[in-house]
Design a protein around this ligand. Structure first.
Ligand SMILES: *Cc1c(COP(=O)(O)O)cnc(C)c1O
Length: 355
């Protein structure tokens, strides 16, 4: 599936670091592939992108993104199938969301040839870095920041788009205990919750730290106005299983439109599971856990696929969830999605993009 071909200037590394990759022992986000893509938009004109050896970039201390935060990113994954072909999962969805984030942050948008074409070319060059093995993948991080060297507050005239890639391994974790957050908020109507912008992450760290001090590994964000309805969990979308149905908050301006979320909804429907996208109140879920009607609560995102929760803490009380088994809906959805995105199972949805 090639997009419009694009001219990219390529300068290859003289010394690969691939021997540093140990597929049995990958620590997330610490090792980067041999090359990266850099494309500058100068006064509204995209310059020819470059693929160059991964390394430091110099910046002027007045770089506007450092001061005023015009900075957005995407997170996606590439896999190898049994034939050693490199597969991306629904990359056009990430491309579209990137430009939605760009518009909200008053940044320039990125042409598809640069975003998708750049990912494809970079993956061809660094294909050896896509680790094989169950649960291994190459994490792809396209991002863009304003690059004016100017301290005045205004939308920058110049932007830099980059792609870096980092091997990712098995996500070991015990099911987290999550806290229903009723004081701090992640997003408010009219704000930037639906954009994948850097500042949303910065703002979430302090409430997460306070929750960690109380013994919780993750937050369950509620709506900014009443703190009555669930929104997201940490940096994942959140899903519930109640009476065998899959419930998830309907997307809005305060909820990031996750691609995993959308994928799991489509998979659940294809498996004959009823799905409800609507407001889900804290009360409904707490009562449901007490009565046994709510059997699963999990986060959904690219990094972990699904992350089932062990317990939900609300106003000082922990409500335990039943243990997850191979028959749990979250396990079945996770296995199905993993099989499709690694090419083990037929892709009847047209989600898998062969590089
Ligand atoms: C990235 C992200 C998600 C998950 O989106 P996916 O496309 O499934 O990876 C959910 N919530 C927030 C706030 C995010 O930044």
């Amino acid at each position: 599936m090639a997009t419009d071909t694009i001219n990219i200037n390529v300068r290859l590394t003289e010394k690969s670091r691939i021997n540093q990759l140990d597929p049995e022992n990958i620590v997330f986000g610490t090792l980067f592939t041999d090359h990266m893509l850099v494309a500058d938009c100068v006064n509204g004109e995209w310059q020819t992108p470059e693929i160059i050896p991964f390394g430091d970039v110099a910046f002027n201390p007045a770089l506007s993104s450092l001061h005023y935060g015009q900075s957005i990113f995407e997170g996606m994954k590439a896999f190898k199938n049994n034939q050693d072909e490199v597969l991306m999962f629904r990359p056009l969805e990430n491309f579209k969301r990137f430009n939605i984030s760009a518009e909200r942050m008053c940044m320039t948008t990125v042409p598809e040839e640069i975003f998708i074409g750049g990912l494809e070319e970079l993956l061809r060059i660094d294909a050896a870095w896509v680790p094989k093995g169950e649960d291994n993948s190459l994490y792809l991080r396209p991002f863009m920041f304003s690059s004016d060297e100017y301290l005045g507050v205004r939308a920058s005239l110049n932007y830099r788009f980059m792609i870096i890639m980092s091997p990712a391994g098995k996500y070991y974790s015990t099911p987290p205990k999550v806290k229903v957050e009723t004081e701090f908020i992640r997003a408010a109507p009219g704000g930037v919750g639906y954009a994948k912008c850097a500042g949303n992450y910065a703002a979430s760290l302090y409430p997460a730290k306070l929750a960690a001090q109380q013994g919780y590994t993750q937050l369950l964000w509620t709506d900014a106005i009443e703190h009555k309805y669930f929104e997201e969990s940490g940096t994942m979308n959140v899903m519930f299983v109640k009476n065998g149905k899959l419930l998830t908050p309907a997307v809005s301006s305060t909820i990031l439109k996750g691609i995993t979320r959308d994928t799991l909804i489509q998979l659940a429907k294809s498996m004959g599971v009823e799905v409800e996208e609507r407001k889900v109140s804290v009360e409904e879920i707490i009562e449901g856990i007490k009565s046994g009607e709510v059997t699963e609560v999990f986060g959904a995102g690219t990094a972990v696929v699904v992350s089932p929760f062990a317990a939900i803490g609300f106003e000082g009380t922990d409500f335990d969830l039943p243990a997850i088994t191979e028959n749990s809906l979250s396990s079945r959805l996770k296995n199905k999605l993993n099989a499709i995105r690694t090419g083990q199972e037929a892709d009847t949805f047209d989600w898998v993009w062969k590089v």
